[in-house]
Design a protein around this ligand. Structure first.
Ligand SMILES: [Zn+2]
Length: 499
């Protein structure tokens, strides 16, 4: 399977003030004004008087509005207003809605004008529009027999922004996100564990990562019984844990290690405790956690991250069959912890148990795992935020801050030890989950904590925001690939590997 190239368009930065000729050469124009323009000072820009007619002084901030210009190209102009104090999430959302209108006529050349936006807000506003453009340029895998011939934009011109802006961070995050969304959208019969392994190996060759695949035989030698219990139900022996390593080119001193772990269940039937048709539909996306880990590794590689990254992807299918694991089995994980099986649909925490154990062995400076793990996390937060569980108090502020600054919002949830009472087992060391579903997201985090030594700083992400109808922040599709931007902010700007 060929991994598609990163979504591309030409990004032009023109520092001189925009002229009517600049605007007339565009198919579409996005104009973002400060909301203060509605109260007092309407800024001057090409066709500004024409736009002003649509607004009355003092009106509430209106939704993005489309106005076609009376020039030869009938340029589609869309005008919207930026609230003072808008968060990054607000900016990304506004830019996505504005861009969606600007794209209505399949424009090839698009421009951005931000007259009157204060200097300090120019970069975040322009960054939001560029993030939305790259997210919209993403082409999902499509298998229709008649191809649709939608044009994609070829250029975005930023007009009249005096200071040149470095977009490398935004573009790297977008490339990682596109990879995560593309893998997640692939049909279950195409992204089998075997195909996924081939994809990962191809990427490793392209990016210069070290790659090894711990197949079932190797995992049996390591005693990874938790992973193998899930893999057992499949009739093909293609499951395993992919291990990728990135090293910085010239580390300044001994480089710290960040470990990324992802849940890669290529299809989740629920196993013997079979899901209903409604709950099973879409379960080819149950590998999104691993795709986000992979996308994050790709983005960190693009940005030449100054630390080592070890990435562990637990790739398997949760199937029914004569060999499938059942309730009331007792399984031993590779760190020796014995698990009483309670529900075969709680397979994510089983494959993560061994992956987390293996990732912890090198004592990383930070361990970060991603999983579409529990329905109760969605019940707790909805699909606008993802949940985070931290095994140290001092991780909570950087996690919250990274969510706020990246626009991929994350909320910390409790992991107090007394929750363990719900997963006490009379026959083994721990129950896999409780038979009642209450607070399953917290119990899952408590269960996983058995496989991460207390000495390793650890953040567990339950990706409640992995799918959101109508898109979320800058992402226009229901599958969001949530987590790559968050992770870049956390690892590169909040500086967490220092811990
Ligand atoms: Zn499941």
């Amino acid at each position: 399977m060929q991994i598609p190239p990163a979504p591309k368009f030409e990004l032009k930065q023109v520092s001189a003030a925009a002229t009517p000729e600049n605007v007339d050469a565009l198919d579409a124009l996005i104009i973002l004004l400060p909301e203060s323009a509605l109260q007092k000072h309407w800024p001057l820009f090409p066709y500004s008087e024409r736009f002003k007619k649509h607004y009355t002084a003092g009106m509430d901030t209106p939704e993005p509005r489309r106005v076609d210009l009376p020039n030869a190209r009938a340029t589609t102009a869309v005008i919207a207003f930026v609230k003072s104090g808008a968060s990054v999430f607000d900016l990304l959302t506004l830019a996505r809605k504005t861009l969606a209108k600007a794209l209505e006529n399949d424009p090839r050349e698009i421009g951005l004008l931000i007259p009157g936006i204060a200097d300090a807000q120019q970069q975040p506003v322009a960054e939001a529009v560029v993030a939305c453009m790259t997210a919209a340029a993403f082409k999902p895998p499509l298998f229709k027999s008649i191809a649709h011939d939608k044009q994609t934009p070829i250029s975005l011109s930023l007009l009249g922004i005096a200071n040149k802006i470095d977009f490398s961070y935004t573009l790297a995050a977008a490339e990682g996100n596109a990879l995560a969304r593309w893998l997640t959208l692939l049909p279950a019969n195409l992204l089998t564990p075997g195909e996924y392994r081939a994809c990962i190996s191809g990427l490793a060759r392209r990016e210069g990562w070290k790659f090894r695949f711990l197949d079932e035989r190797r995992l049996a030698k390591l005693g990874a019984g938790a992973f193998l219990a899930v893999a057992r139900g499949s009739d093909s022996r293609d499951a395993g844990i992919a291990h990728l390593s990135y090293s910085p080119a010239k580390p300044a001193g001994p480089a710290k290690t960040v470990a990324l772990v992802g849940k890669g269940i290529c299809y989740d039937t629920g196993g013997v405790n079979l899901k209903s048709a409604k709950s099973m539909y879409g379960m080819h996306g149950d590998m999104q956690g691993s795709a986000v880990a992979l996308g994050t590794l790709l983005a960190l590689t693009r940005l030449k991250a100054p630390f080592r990254v070890e990435c562990w992807l637990a790739v398997a299918r949760n199937q029914i069959g004569p060999r499938a694991y059942t309730q009331n089995e007792v399984i031993t994980a590779c760190n020796g912890v014995r698990i009483e099986i309670v529900h075969t649909d709680a397979e994510g925490r089983m494959v993560l148990a061994d992956a987390l154990s293996l990732a912890s062995r090198d004592k990383p400076a930070l361990l970060l795992d991603y999983a579409t793990l529990t329905g109760t996390c969605v019940t707790a937060l909805g699909t606008r935020y993802s949940g985070a569980f931290c095994n140290r108090q001092e991780l909570i502020t950087p996690v919250l801050e990274a969510g706020r600054r990246s626009g991929e919002r994350v909320w910390p949830l409790p992991v107090d030890a007394d929750y363990d009472e719900s997963i006490e087992s009379s026959i083994a060391d721990v129950k896999q989950c409780a038979i009642e579903n209450d607070a399953d997201h917290i119990l899952a985090a408590r269960f996983l904590s058995r496989f991460v030594p207390a000495s390793v700083p650890w953040i567990h992400m339950d990706l409640a925001a992995s799918e959101h109808k109508g898109g979320l922040a800058h992402i226009p599709t229901e599958v969001t690939g949530f987590g790559v931007r968050f992770s870049l902010e956390l690892l590169l700007k909040q500086g967490l590997p220092r811990l």
